[in-house]
Design a protein around this ligand. Structure first.
Ligand SMILES: NC(=O)c1ccc[n+]([C@@H]2O[C@H](COP(=O)([O-])OP(=O)(O)OC[C@H]3O[C@@H](n4cnc5c(N)ncnc54)[C@H](O)[C@@H]3O)[C@@H](O)[C@H]2O)c1
Length: 388
């Protein structure tokens, strides 16, 4: 009989039971089944939502031990807090959790501005706990494989990058106003913060830091019906933005974010051209990666379609056979596994809050460039650029 090792347990509080909160709740259960005992055990301790009925219903369904409506009551019951509420609540919750030495996994975009992201990141640095940010798509095994391929040198070094994250959840100009369009609740950035952050994190993961950019932003539908169906509300952040970027490596690229792209339901993607080949990824086909190798014989040359398999990061934890496919919820399970491993190893999840500061600054630089028509140098560095 072998010794029975006690599996380390991490007690989680989850704040927010909306769209992404529920997915985190599912991941808190799945992570213990999908990953083996090398991963600390996640304990779903308490689910908090300002809507008490929702909190209770979701807590029961998702297997939380208890629930509540005030996030403050969660802090002394947990080791780690997942912050899955709109941006206006991130700062207050994160600073309180960090002051009590709790690990935090915060949803993107962190806070409402670069200034808020910086304040949270600074508090995290001095607390020394583990932090991470919910960059869901960054966890796709084939995006991980794309990064591994670039790191290996197999396709040479990045030359140009074309990335986008386009969705259509506000493509209908008559769709009602919601917190995402309110600068007080979501922040100055609209599509950039909501979807742009995802493709920006991937762009930096593949091509490295951004040295300069030119940006253009537009609110295509500047007035929308209020939620009450009677009044009209002015939209306070952009529906669409794009940037031309120069990476520190010398590679160049373009990155687009849209919430108004009719027909694009979940279209995060990129084409990366390197000196010895190219990679193409489309989020609506996230179990495929297209690879072109420049040294293939001309007669057989062309893009090959790689289907997800056990050689790609984390896939074998879910499935033994190739091409059966993972989905969005699985990516959140992978994210939680990596967060638990980071806690066990006393480091941050990658990307972390410091990365969130760089992304927030880049997005504000895009708005600044769009307003002034000027190129922004060193957009990842802290600047007094955008007035509140
Ligand atoms: N990583 C991703 O793929 C992804 C996807 C969707 C949303 N998000 C991010 O997650 C966050 C939440 O977005 P969502 O789509 O889940 O929003 P949502 O509107 O669906 O849910 C938000 C929930 O927060 C609750 N809430 C608001 N204020 C609260 C408070 N003070 N205390 C407790 N609960 C409170 C609301 O009652 C609601 O249930 C945002 O930052 C968003 O950008 C990330």
């Amino acid at each position: 009989m072998g010794m029975h090792m006690q599996r380390r347990a991490v007690r989680f509080g989850l704040v927010g039971a909306g769209f992404i909160g529920r997915i985190h709740g599912l991941a808190l259960q799945a992570v213990n089944r999908v990953f083996d005992e090398a991963t600390p055990k996640a304990v779903a301790r308490i689910l908090v939502d300002a809507d008490g009925d929702l909190a209770e219903r979701q807590a029961r369904q998702l297997g939380f031990e208890t629930w509540g409506t005030d996030w403050r009551t969660a802090l002394d019951q947990v080791d780690a807090l997942i912050i899955a509420v709109p941006g206006f609540m991130h700062r207050e919750i994160a600073l309180a959790a960090l002051a009590q030495g709790k690990h935090i996994l915060c949803e993107k975009p962190v806070g409402r501005s670069a200034a808020e992201a910086e304040e949270i990141a600074e508090a995290a640095r001095s607390s020394g706990v583990t932090n991470g940010v919910g960059f869901t798509y960054f966890r796709a095994p084939l995006i991980g494989h794309a990064m591994d391929l670039v790191d290996s040198g197999r396709i040479g070094s990045p030359v140009s990058f074309r990335g986008w994250h386009c969705e259509d959840y506000l493509a209908d100009g008559a769709a009602p106003f919601s917190w995402r369009l309110d600068a007080e609740l979501a922040g100055r950035c609209g599509a950039l913060g909501d979807v742009g952050w995802h493709i920006l994190a991937i762009a930096r993961g593949l091509c490295g830091p951004i040295d300069s950019l030119n940006g253009l932003a537009n609110t295509a539908y500047p007035v929308r019906p209020a939620a009450n169906g009677v009044d009209r509300r002015t939209v306070e952040n952009e529906d669409w933005a794009s940037m031309l970027v120069r990476f520190g490596s010398g590679a160049t690229g373009s990155i687009e974010a849209s919430r108004i792209a009719h027909g694009r339901r979940m279209d995060i993607g990129f084409e990366l051209v390197c000196s010895q080949g190219s990679l193409v990824f489309r989020g609506e086909r996230s179990n495929e990666l297209q690879l072109y190798l420049a040294d293939d014989p001309v007669a057989e040359g062309g893009f090959r379609r790689i289907l997800i398999n056990t050689s790609h990061p984390h896939y074998s934890a879910f499935l033994p056979a190739p091409a059966h496919g993972l989905g969005f919820n699985d990516l959140k399970t992978i994210e939680l596994h990596e967060f638990l491993m980071a806690i066990a190893e006393g480091r941050n999840l990658d990307p972390d809050l410091d990365e969130s500061c760089r992304l927030a600054r880049i997005c504000e630089a895009v708005l600044h460039s769009s307003t002034t028509g000027m190129q922004v140098l060193a957009p990842e560095e802290s600047h007094e650029r955008v007035s509140a």
